[in-house]
Design a protein around this ligand. Structure first.
Ligand SMILES: [Cu+2]
Length: 214
């Protein structure tokens, strides 16, 4: 990747909270990125930039609490590994691969990769946190279905405008990077949420996202 393009992308991503779908699609690292982990040069750089001071951070204790909390208006069914919202306002906290859980999964309301059900038309706000201390992660709702290939993000654009949390760098002593996205679950159907970092959905970072007809 040309240095200019890379820096331009990094500057874009650092200021990221309100990235639109159109902008997101133009990010060069999405289709062409390497492993965005802290263990390779590109990933390390990505992590450094994305974990910059501009990204809000939370403590480990806060992340643990948020990862276990059943959101207001939701019911968690542990037997079915399902989180069901019946409210038109949906507030979710999603943790990426926390060190206190199973590797390469999402943690939501104390569940691992749960099926998330929201009513059609719901206004969804997701606080996305990366507590993983050695890997970057993102979150995306897409209409693609598993199994996923290594480059899972190819051909899996966000299902709804804004249903994309760009990858955040890994956690370190300064706290756990977080970001908030909002989108409207405008069309009913069965979708998938997944991590767009290459190889992660393939290794299990995904779950079912259902928009129930109203
Ligand atoms: Cu990931």
């Amino acid at each position: 990747m040309r240095k200019g393009a890379w820096l331009g992308m990094v500057m874009l991503v650092v200021g990221v909270a309100g990235l639109t779908f159109a902008t997101a699609r133009s990010l060069p690292f999405l289709p062409r990125g390497s492993h965005l982990t802290g263990s390779d040069a590109m990933g390390g750089m990505m992590g450094t930039f994305l974990s910059g001071a501009q990204v809000p951070r939370i403590t480990r204790a806060e992340a643990v609490a948020l990862g276990n909390e059943v959101p207001l208006g939701a019911s968690a069914d542990r037997g079915r590994n399902q989180l069901v919202f019946r409210t038109s306002v949906v507030r979710l906290t999603i943790l990426a691969s926390p060190p206190w859980g199973k590797d390469m999964t999402f943690r939501v309301a104390g569940l691992t990769n749960p099926t998330i059900v929201v009513p059609q038309g719901a206004q969804v706000r997701v606080e996305f946190v990366n507590p993983d201390n050695d890997t970057s992660h993102g979150w995306l709702v897409s209409s693609a279905l598993p199994p996923f290939r290594y480059m899972a993000m190819m051909g899996t654009p966000p299902a709804f405008p804004g249903s994309f949390a760009p990858p955040l760098g890994e956690s370190y002593g300064g706290g756990m990077p977080s970001e908030t996205i909002t989108f409207r679950a405008s069309a009913s159907g069965r979708y998938t949420y997944l991590c767009p970092v290459p190889g992660h959905a393939q290794r299990g970072m995904y779950g079912v996202f259902v928009v129930a007809p109203s």
